[in-house]
Design a protein around this ligand. Structure first.
Ligand code: ZN
Ligand code: ZN
Length: 289
């Protein structure tokens, strides 16, 4: 069975050249996540794909440069929904570097993108074959005023992964798709107590904690308790609120409710890129950047 090992010694940025060349499989790198911007990079032998492009064009280039990725090598950008923390740099990045944008019809319309020349439309639950070794399934998830989707990524024998943020509650459909994923990146947005006692006005607190808002640490931990098994090697908690949450709270809630799960648990913050996960090697690998 595959196991995980860490290269914690490699803390400095730009250490990629110091790492022995490994067979490219499905590599997942969090370029940053939170209410100020979200972007995740998927790399296989045949393609490089961004899930969301929520930093400025310059920031996206800067973050990709830190892991030695040429922005012109990005084939596709998949947009989950139209909120600016997920799309901010999408158009400028496309104009400068030519990546193909993908979004569903509502997201494309809300952003005012031309659905023929600027954006390819995908349908919920319709598998997109991005390259021979990478296909992606958009799964609808509830999020106020947006037609949001989570992405289930299939890279053949490398296994399946998921990137899911911005949902008020998990759906049965999502839970079924998350089961068996080798890697899961999922939001853990707020700590219920911090939100209740925090500075936000009542209407905003109600929106965040409502069905169309975000997942609390408790909701994420409950969801993971339902789906985690030995097949899931790694989980990344994403989109943490800087005002209503803290990494140790999110992490400890998940660990508390999943004490029998022994995979790798990490928290992604705004200051990526921080680490990569590789799926599909005999030895799954995690690199701290
Ligand atoms: Zn959103
Ligand atoms: Zn968001």
């Amino acid at each position: 069975m595959a196991f995980l090992f860490h290269r914690e010694a490699l803390h400095s940025r730009g250490v990629r050249s110091a790492v022995p060349k490994v067979r490219m499989t499905l590599e997942i790198t969090h370029l940053g996540s939170g209410s100020r911007g979200n972007a995740t990079l998927l790399q296989t032998e045949e393609s490089k794909v961004l899930i969301d492009c929520g930093f400025s064009g310059r920031q996206m280039e800067h973050r990709l440069a830190q892991i030695g990725v040429d922005p012109k090598s990005i084939n596709a950008i998949l947009l989950s929904h139209h909120h600016s923390d997920h799309v901010q740099g999408a158009r400028i990045f496309q104009k400068r570097h030519g990546a193909q944008l993908f979004a569903n019809f509502t997201t494309c319309a809300k952003l005012g993108f031309d659905p023929i020349n600027q954006c390819r439309i995908f349908e919920a639950l319709e598998r997109m074959q991005i390259s021979p070794d990478l296909s992606v399934l958009p799964v609808p998830i509830p999020h106020d005023g947006a037609d949001n989707v989570g992405f289930i990524i299939n890279s053949g024998s490398n296994g399946r992964a998921a990137v899911v943020t911005d949902l008020g509650e998990p759906t049965e459909e999502l839970i079924q798709h998350l089961k068996g994923c080798a890697h899961i990146s999922i939001e853990s947005n707020y700590d219920a107590k911090r939100l209740t006692l925090g500075p936000y006005p009542a209407h905003l607190k109600a929106r965040i904690s409502g069905r169309g808002g975000h997942l609390s640490n408790r909701q994420t931990a409950d969801l993971l308790a339902e789906i985690l098994g030995p097949q899931t090697k790694s989980v990344v908690l994403c989109h943490l609120s800087e005002k209503n949450n803290a990494p140790h709270l999110a992490e400890s809630e998940v660990l508390f409710q999943n004490e029998n799960w022994s995979g790798d648990l990490r928290v992604s913050t705004q200051n990526g890129p921080e680490f990569s996960h590789w799926l599909g090697q005999a030895e799954a690998e995690i690199l701290s950047l």
